[in-house]
Write a protein that binds this ligand. Sequence first.
Ligand SMILES: Cc1ncc(COP(=O)(O)O)c(C=O)c1O
Length: 399
Amino acid sequence: MFPMKAIWPLLASNALILSQQHLIKSKKYSHLCRKNAQKFLSFFSNADGMTDSTQIPTNLDHHLFHPDASRAEALLKDCPVHAPTPMTEIDLLTEEVGISRLWLKDESDRMGLGSFKALGGAFAVARMIADKAGSEDFSSQATKNTAAEMVFITASAGNHGLSVAAGAKVFGAKAVIVLAAAVPESFANRIRAKSADVLRVDGSYDESVEVARQVARDKDWILLADGSWEGYIDRPALVMEGYCVIPEECRAAFAKLDVWPTHVYLQAGVGGLAAALSAHIRLNWAEQPEIIVVEPDAAPCLQRSVEAGRLTRVDGADSNMGRLDCKDASLIAFRALQQDADRFVTITDEEATAAVNTFARYGIATTPSGAAGLAAPTAASPGPDARCLLIVSEGPEGD
Ligand SMILES: Cc1ncc(COP(=O)(O)O)c(C=O)c1O
């Protein structure tokens, strides 16, 4: 269905293609960084330069996305750099955590991009090009011409931007990635190596989100955020659909083992990963685990939103879990997790660092964001009979 053998290798290509000049000067948007993020979000609700077909339903259909891996798997099937990521059992760690069995789904090398996010942004780019072109034949000149006119822009804590950049490169579109001051330069370099432009914002992650929205409006570019809000659902819904490949791979592995986890720990930033996995698990797994969402104590936006029964912004210091340090939850994720998750817990920076060190002792290199799932059962064991699944959501940051 997707004749992409020729173009897919670009996704994992390490060839360094130097960034073009920045298309825009961050100074122009610096005034936005001083504004209150929440005010901006309300002001621009429903105003992100797109027609959103999914208005918030008044009934309680809590899945505002398609929790099904089949379209993403169809796209990936001809991709030479795609393979299921390893799900490994670590016997020795069970004693340390005080549980019976422990599996790690290791996303640290997903498609050569270093994190699970490789599955989301790139899939959304492909879908949007196919939808606009009216064809899924990405090798046809007509589809290429359509793609060449599309410019995707997003703010990112790093990995989502890398995925959008890689997708844009593979499918022949352009990408501009807005990065907050705290995002390591190693991400900027990896994003530029995918031929995308990087726009640095001298401000927080929230402020980079504001800038991306404003630039998209000004330039008439396509905002492809991984978070969602009222009036902006369809595109992040595609991103989350791409993540569903992960729980489908886990489902197949557990079905083969004929044993299922009793507890699944999912670290969350805006909540896209946790919500996509939870929804897929609830709909497709033969045995249902307890699902625990893990957030930094500096940014428990999902926990607070679920407690309040509505999206609730949180304030807090910066966390060392950079990719999880989101003060606003995604609306799609909040709606899904309200019903699909069992518990929300927070962890400290020190606990996340300890989890990184624990993984390192077992030869697994990751970051505090990637290791956060381990910190929760380590802090409060679910009991000696528990069988836990954790996601190592990224590899090391690199230089
Ligand atoms: C490595 C890593 N883990 C977890 C997350 C959390 O994902 P989400 O923001 O969808 O909750 C992110 C988000 O960027 C991430 O990059």
